[in-house]
Design a protein around this ligand. Structure first.
Ligand code: ASP
Length: 450
């Protein structure tokens, strides 16, 4: 039994919907279809979710909403027309889009979510009808009926663990169920969405709930590339990743899948595969609990920008009990999160995302380091990037870091810092952002091309 989720680009037009139908129909195990709202048909187009945001803003600021309503309704109508069938659901879709503009504005924390959720909800209705029209026994099901109950956190809902038992009952359905992604209902019956891109989360929840054998996540690329295709020319796509590796890569900018989507499938021990709607015969990338065979020590290389480093030096720092705690206290008092802590004998650096700092906070940190912690040197270094080589199998190989550092030094790339956790799933190199592309290229060539 498989749960299959399609992203917005796979559902943007009739051409795409025909591919989606073929994919679903070609495998009787594909019993649960989770859908996003229609995405962009071309680079200039607007996603239906973004059109709904515009509609929401017009409504809440008292502007005329009719053009937005018509545009959104026409998106669905056009798809039905192009698919060549007289969709009965269009009348219901139009009604539900227009009725959004009669929901109460005052004291309504869930209004924005109700607008946004309409994108996926109506798409699921249309798609279920299209599938039925094509002769597949399929049915739309609202998340409330499906049992997706969530916490009352608008725009950031979390699944309630009590939902899973109800979701499991969906296994008994003998029709293909088409489920709108991205939202659930609170116990008080309010529509509440996950964070943006959250249809992936719904797919993962359903997969865990129905105890699926596989969660297939269809998008518009051949799986997850081993490095960013915008930097590396034609990178290969990864055949198999563990959840652990995926988590590490996602941390540093691998964003094919929503971050939070991994958790329910991981906990439910459901393997996941990322596939391409436009190239469904490509095996894509499987995400598994444990590697199933031989793998290279490094499976992927990620790069992420906008890091800063707070560097401190103090003679005989290692003898001073409590220095680290005091340093971290300075950040905690300013409500600053940090990410990595490389150390030397008398040096300690904290690497953090630059969004954590403001000029005022920087000044205050330096003031406290110099006056309360009495360091010999304190500085804040900007414009840093991290490059991460990731692979669970690294721990069984000697010389991975040596290969990496040799490759970087050959290209004359200065390493500001190196950091590796005890679990040896990844090694992080900190470089100046201006050298990020070169560093990524050097590592990609060293591990995958040479
Ligand atoms: N339509 C929603 C968004 O654009 C959710 C999703 O596509 O997964 O964020």
């Amino acid at each position: 039994m498989k749960v299959i989720k399609f992203g917005g680009s796979s559902l943007a037009s009739a051409t795409q919907l025909k591919k989606v139908f073929k994919i679903v129909q070609s495998d009787p195990e594909r019993r649960f279809v989770v859908v996003s709202a229609p995405g962009k048909r071309n680079a200039e187009d607007t996603k239906v979710t973004d059109a709904l945001i515009k509609y929401y803003k017009e409504y809440t600021s008292g502007q005329d909403v009719s053009a937005s309503q018509d545009w959104i309704i026409n998106r669905y109508q056009d798809m039905a027309d192009e698919l060549g069938f007289d969709a009965k659901s269009i009348a219901k879709i139009a009604k539900s889009i227009r009725e959004l503009a009669s929901l109460p504005i005052e004291d309504n924390d869930f209004l924005y979510d109700a607008f946004l959720a309409a994108g996926e909800d109506n798409n699921a209705k249309l798609i279920a009808e299209y599938f039925t029209h094509q002769g597949l026994s399929a049915r739309y099901i609202h998340p409330k009926k499906a049992g997706i109950f969530v916490s009352a956190e608008p725009g950031n809902a979390r699944i309630l663990s009590s939902s899973y038992d109800r979701i499991e009952e969906l296994r008994n359905s003998d029709e293909v169920l088409v489920i709108p992604g991205f939202f659930g209902v609170t116990e008080d019956n309010q529509i509440c969405t996950f964070s943006r891109g959250g249809s992936d989360i719904t797919g993962s929840i359903i997969a865990a709930g129905v105890k699926a054998d596989l969660y297939e996540n269809f998008t518009d690329v051949d799986g997850i590339f081993a490095a960013h295709p915008g930097i590396i020319h034609n990178p290969h796509s990864i055949k198999e990743l563990t959840y652990r590796e995926m988590r590490e890569l996602a941390y540093a900018g691998f964003s094919v899948l929503h971050d939070e989507a991994l958790l329910p499938a991981y906990r439910g021990r459901i393997p996941l595969v990322i596939k391409n709607t436009n190239n469904p015969d490509h095996p894509g990338t499987r995400i598994v609990l444990k590697h199933t065979g031989e793998t290279c020590p490094v499976v992927g290389i990620a790069a992420d920008d906008d890091f800063v480093s707070i560097n401190t030096s103090k003679y005989l720092m290692n003898r001073e009990v409590g220095f680290g705690r005091k340093l971290l206290q300075v950040l905690e008092d300013l409500n600053i999160r940090w990410e990595h802590m490389p150390t030397g004998i008398d040096d300690l650096s904290l690497v953090l995302r630059s969004r954590e700092l403001t000029p005022i906070k920087e000044e205050e940190i330096l003031r406290q380091l110099n006056h309360s912690l009495e360091v010999d040197k304190a500085e804040i270094e900007h414009d840093l990037s991290i490059i991460m080589i990731v692979g669970e199998n690294m721990k069984n190989h000697v010389g991975v870091a040596a290969t990496a550092t040799a490759a970087l030094s050959e290209r004359n790339i200065n390493l500001a810092m190196i950091s590796q956790g005890a679990s040896e799933v990844s090694v992080i190199f900190v470089v100046k952002t201006e050298q990020r592309n070169q560093a990524l290229q050097a590592l990609y060539d060293a591990f995958f091309r040479n």
